[in-house]
Design a protein around this ligand. Sequence first.
Ligand SMILES: [Mg+2]
Length: 244
Amino acid sequence: MQDLEAVIFDMDGVIVNSEPCHERAFLDVIEEIGYTNKLRLRFSDYIGRTDQELWADFLASHDAKNSFDDLMARKRQRMIDIIRRDQPLFDGVPALVERLSARYPLALASGSERPVVEEVMKLKGLNGFFSAVVTSSEVVHGKPAPDTFLRSAELLNVSPQACCVIEDSKPGIRAGLAAGMQVIAIANTYPAAELSQATFVVHTYQEIAQLLLDLHPPATSTSAEAGLPLSAPPCVKKGLNASG
Ligand SMILES: [Mg+2]
């Protein structure tokens, strides 16, 4: 396998703990338009997918008077308000991004819309560490299609095979693999057992640093210190060849 030359981050569920924010924003809009007691789809079925798909399915299965564009705009504004208010960055992400950026060009490949992604990128100066940002506003097919990741590799001028993706969702893992990339899945949103298609499954950002920076865990380190059962070390399935 070719040496690693770039790292591509998913955003929701990897950079920010935003799946609860998306659900809150969605339910707020549903309440605003009077469908709280008439909702016939499950938000959990749309984790890792785009708002476009969510609202298209909502309109197809409900007799709502709102237009697609109105629903998109309402949820977009709610998300921006919630991100500004709660700043839901995962602990450990700013430090990881800074360390990785010293060695690899980084891209962000998100299924969220650009205005929401840009709001997240303002947190802790994250935007200074990413060389490319691709959102659902720029690709035709969202994850699990590989387009978002392929466009990221193109913008970084790196072959897809030399990229490693960091994902949290099953559609995201499928998208990364379909792009021909290695995938590190972090068990933030789903249990590790449900992410087993990924090249690696980890529980912490420290494990990601170890994998991508060739670091070895300190001899005294235990998974218990990271809040993990001792029987759950990182599940390394295949060799990953990180270049210096
Ligand atoms: Mg995600």
